[in-house]
Design a protein around this ligand. Structure first.
Ligand SMILES: *Cc1c(COP(=O)(O)O)cnc(C)c1O
Length: 419
């Protein structure tokens, strides 16, 4: 069966044909490609067409598809059994490795996804502070838990409106929305809700609504406001953690949160999420503390083994190489776009995250984005796809460079673009 036939069949058995919405290529006027396999920086679809992959499973695969060392660790782990629901040393090894490497955390708890990690962090922040409201920023994505599926109505501070049916008004009312970069607004919201705000949640590198790089001074301002108001600062580093550097944006900026959430890269491509922070906060979790959290498959030994090798391979040299690959790739893309009918585009980059966007302005919050971006993006996406280049399938999603996108792939990219 070809891609189109497979998708038509999927529509029969699965809502929208997909198990996560952005995979559906909605608004892109072409059928989703069914991936048959991946290796290094490449994937092949069910029709045998080869693509250079810049989606990389939306971020986890920092070492590329089927990294041989991670693969070996997975196979070895499988031979011991793949879940115990009991104490085992494999999650301990990963916990020890990460805690020793990241300066501001003392303990970590593993779960199965970024969503679960944020869900736990919300509950933990409320449990620690005894307060119910949280601040979230317009355009930041924190997974699909109810209290985070909220965005502002026209950027009005302190008002909240659910962006999904099924989220109750009461839940929405406890999530206060602010505009990225607007410290004054955050200050006002704290004043309007005195001693009611448990925490500020932010992607310190907002990368789920395009790439909206923030000034360090903004993050620093949030840190100070949290301290002043006895609220927690939570960095959601599910996308930026282990990518912009091992310790994510926190270590990069030197601005430290009270709690941090990880996901994506942490499991080396296996389903893992985590909450981490100082002992005094983390020990509020069950069984020691009153904040409940659990998981049948949490700390899955196969995922832990993959995560450990994955993390050990993230050396300083690895990050240097990743930076070089990313710089080259974005130069190649921009050069091609500028001479081939996409002069309105620029590719923004932060480390190994990049974002092609039809605007030349400075973009730091979502009010500055052009409207209906997919109407322009789908043309770029389709041309790339035909050339054997697989971008993240939505104008608002960033692309990811991996360590497998080496000189050879860069040459191939150039050749495919200009062919
Ligand atoms: C991907 C992402 C999540 C959700 O993680 P899942 O594993 O998809 O549940 C949460 N926060 C951020 C910043 C993310 O990028």
């Amino acid at each position: 069966m070809n891609n189109k036939e497979l998708f038509e069949k999927s529509l029969k058995y699965v809502p929208g044909g997909v198990h996560s919405p952005v995979r559906s290529f909605k608004g892109l006027h072409t059928t989703p490609r069914f991936v048959n396999r991946g290796l290094g920086a490449k994937i092949w679809d069910e029709e045998g067409k080869e693509f250079i992959d810049f989606c990389m499973s939306f971020g986890p695969l920092i070492h590329g598809h089927q990294d041989p060392e991670i693969k070996e660790a997975i196979i070895k782990a499988l031979e011991r059994g793949w879940t115990f629901g009991a104490c085992e040393k494999y999650s301990l090894e990963l916990a020890e490795y990460i805690v020793n490497k990241i300066s501001f955390i003392e303990q970590i708890r593993f779960m199965n996804s970024g969503t679960e990690a944020v869900m736990t962090a919300v509950r933990l922040a409320r449990g620690i502070t005894g307060r119910s409201k949280i601040i979230k920023f317009n355009g930041c994505y924190h997974g699909h838990l109810d209290s985070m599926l909220i965005k502002a109505g026209s950027g009005l501070a302190g008002t909240a409106e659910a962006s999904s049916k099924g989220v109750t008004e009461r839940q929405a009312g406890d999530t206060l929305i602010c505009e990225l970069g607007d410290l004054e607004e955050v200050k006002r919201v704290f004043e309007d809700h005195k001693e009611q705000i448990a925490a500020i949640f932010i992607e310190p590198l907002p990368a789920n609504n395009g790439l909206l790089v923030q000034e360090d001074s903004f993050l620093k301002g949030l840190r100070e406001l949290c301290d002043k108001n006895c609220a927690l600062l939570v960095f959601d580093e599910v996308i930026s953690g282990f990518r912009v550097g091992f310790g994510g944006m926190a270590e990069k900026t030197g601005i430290y949160p009270d709690l941090v959430t990880y996901g994506k890269i942490i499991g080396g491509g296996m389903p893992v999420g985590a909450v981490a922070g100082p002992k005094k906060f983390m020990e509020c979790l069950a069984p020691l503390g009153p904040v409940y959290q659990a998981g049948t498959l949490s700390g899955n030994p196969v995922a832990m083994a993959a995560g450990l090798v994955n993390c050990k391979k993230l050396t300083t040299q690895a990050y240097e190489k990743l930076e070089e690959h990313s710089k080259n790739i974005v130069t190649i893309m921009n050069d091609w776009m500028n001479k081939n009918g996409f002069e309105d585009y620029q590719t923004l980059r932060y480390g190994s995250l990049f974002w092609p966007i039809s605007s030349h302005g400075k973009l730091t919050n979502i009010t500055q984005l052009p409207k209906n971006m997919n109407e322009r993006f789908y043309k770029l996406f389709e041309i790339m796809l035909n050339k054997g280049i697989y971008l993240a399938p939505n104008a608002y999603e960033v692309g990811f460079v991996s360590l497998a996108h080496d000189q050879k792939i860069q040459n191939e990219l150039k050749e495919r673009l200009w062919r």
